[in-house]
Design a protein around this ligand. Structure first.
Ligand code: MN
Length: 260
């Protein structure tokens, strides 16, 4: 098995090193990831400037690694569209520093790397650790990633569907097990911060506190990790609301003539 590893925290982030190391017993491992931290890059495709790729010395024996000037999804596209000659069987992304739950998925470069993989019909799993801190410890999450891949949970997923895995920040022996979950409800605590540049012109940061969310609703990703479980959420890139289709059809919208 040939496993492609990417992320959004950058090719030298401790989480991707831990993930690549965990994949080594399972197959051949190649890393293609952004050169710098691109957290919250979303599913951005670079179209108006060239992409540069550099071979990098990676701290895991036997792993070939490349840094790119592109986004996380650019990195996966580069690899799958032929920069990596040897066919790839599975794409894993992470381990992200910080959770990717609820509406985070629309911002997440980690999950977008997996979105890109399923667009090119490769199975994909995104891994995130529920710890934002600089000195986050990835060993337990890496062992969870190894187990998820060894269990082949990514096999037989429908088209455009990936697995989004969030691991609680606990020692391995304190993690209570796996829960299959749905997306929960995030609460963002963003604040607009205005400052003045040396010329006196205002500039802005989107600042504020870390996101919180509803951890009380049983069965969600936010609930599972709060309870000490590994959260595994199947994510479908088909964002259609089938419930609203039914509702609009029931209101006869499709039969209405266009008003002239
Ligand atoms: Mn990140």
């Amino acid at each position: 098995m040939h496993i492609l590893v990417s992320n959004d925290d950058g090719v030298m982030a401790p989480g991707i090193v831990a993930l690549a190391r965990a994949m080594v017993p399972l197959g051949k491992v190649t890393v293609v990831a952004p050169s710098d931290n691109q957290s919250a890059a979303g599913h951005r495709k670079t179209m108006h400037k060239p992409l540069r790729v550099n071979r990098v010395k990676f701290p895991v024996e036997g792993v070939t690694a490349y840094s790119t000037s592109g986004s996380p999804s650019d990195s996966v596209a580069l690899a799958l569209l032929g920069f990596i000659a040897e066919p790839i069987d599975l794409v894993v992304s992470g381990i992200n520093r910080g959770p990717n739950q609820g509406q985070d998925l629309t911002y997440s470069g980690t999950v977008s790397a997996a979105f890109e993989a399923v667009i090119w019909r490769k199975p994909a799993v995104a891994f995130s650790l529920c710890d934002h801190s600089e000195d986050a410890e990835y060993d337990a999450a890496a062992e969870i990633a190894r187990q998820v891949v060894a269990l082949k949970l990514y096999e037989n997923l429908p088209p455009l569907t990936l697995l989004n895995v969030n691991v609680p920040a606990l020692p391995l022996d304190e993690i209570r097990g796996f829960k299959i979950t749905r997306q929960g409800l995030r609460q963002y605590n963003d604040e607009l911060v205005e400052r003045l540049d040396p010329s006196g012109r205002p500039y802005y940061w989107i600042g504020g506190g870390a996101p919180t969310g509803d951890v009380t609703e049983e069965g969600t990703d936010l609930w599972a990790t709060d309870q000490g479980y590994v959260s595994i959420t199947p994510i479908d890139l088909d964002m259609t609301s089938y419930a609203v289709i039914k509702d609009l059809e029931a209101r006869g919208i499709a039969e209405l003539k266009i008003a002239l």
